[in-house]
Design a protein around this ligand. Structure first.
Ligand SMILES: Nc1nc2c(ncn2[C@@H]2O[C@H](COP(=O)(O)OP(=O)(O)OP(=O)(O)O)[C@@H](O)[C@H]2O)c(=O)[nH]1
Length: 207
């Protein structure tokens, strides 16, 4: 059977326990919201195929446990990720303060070129807000990350944010492929030049 997609990327969700990572992923891949909180154990993943600029991109999205005790396991998944979403809960100041810790774990364990994004989830809970949007937006700018406020329960910006990260990963990937191709071109040009000189010398010999 022909392949149903052109390229596969791995994305990773990180953030404190209870910020809503599993709910965001379910909303995005299944279009559903289940308000119960069953803490993720270790890691879990779901898949979805998106079409971006005519490219069929299959994303494998890894949902990690926010609880401290799983971090030795979850850190093993960072280095295979092309995109990482750092999630906090807008009603929980602590989860926002911890973003710097999650970001430094990413710096330590993920590939340098990984694309990162900041998300403040539960934006439907405006009356319980503890983190100002401007404050988070500033942090995202410092980290050179895109930023969204989302709601898994009200379905706000969920598809937009996952799609945006996938676009960023695809752009980085295309740029890298272009660079590789032009290096290869350069190499082949040099080889062809060298090759033709040899040929001339060779022909000279044969005559
Ligand atoms: N109001 C509101 N509640 C949400 C939203 N997303 C998730 N929740 C609630 O937050 C709780 C935790 O959600 P989870 O998705 O299980 O959290 P998690 O980040 O995956 O947690 P761990 O697996 O422990 O790391 C659940 O009880 C959800 O009902 C949202 O957008 N709005």
């Amino acid at each position: 059977t022909p392949k149903q997609y052109d390229v596969l990327f791995r994305l990773l969700l990180l953030g404190d326990s209870g910020v809503g990572k599993t709910c965001m992923l379910r909303r995005f891949t299944e279009g559903e919201f289940d308000p119960s909180h069953i803490s993720t154990i270790g890691v879990d993943f779901k898949m979805k195929t998106l079409e971006i600029d005519g490219v069929r991109v299959r994303v494998q999205i890894w949902d990690t446990a926010g609880q401290e005790r799983y971090q030795t396991i979850t850190k093993q998944y960072y280095r295979r990720a092309q995109g990482i979403i750092l999630v906090y809960d807008i009603t929980n100041q602590q989860s926002f303060l911890h973003i710097s810790k999650w970001a430094s774990d990413v710096d330590e364990c993920a590939p340098d070129k990984v694309q990162r994004m900041l998300i403040g989830n539960k934006c439907d809970e405006e009356p319980r807000r503890q983190v100002a949007k401007e404050q988070a937006s500033k942090l995202a700018q410092n980290y050179k990350m895109d930023f969204f406020e989302t709601s898994a329960s009200s379905n706000v910006n969920i598809s937009e944010s996952f799609t945006r990260l996938t676009e960023l990963v695809l752009q980085a990937y295309t740029k890298e492929a272009d660079n590789l191709l032009s290096s290869l071109d350069e190499y082949l040009d040099k080889a062809a030049l060298g090759g033709s000189k040899d040929n001339i010398a060779h022909r000279g010999c044969a005559c």
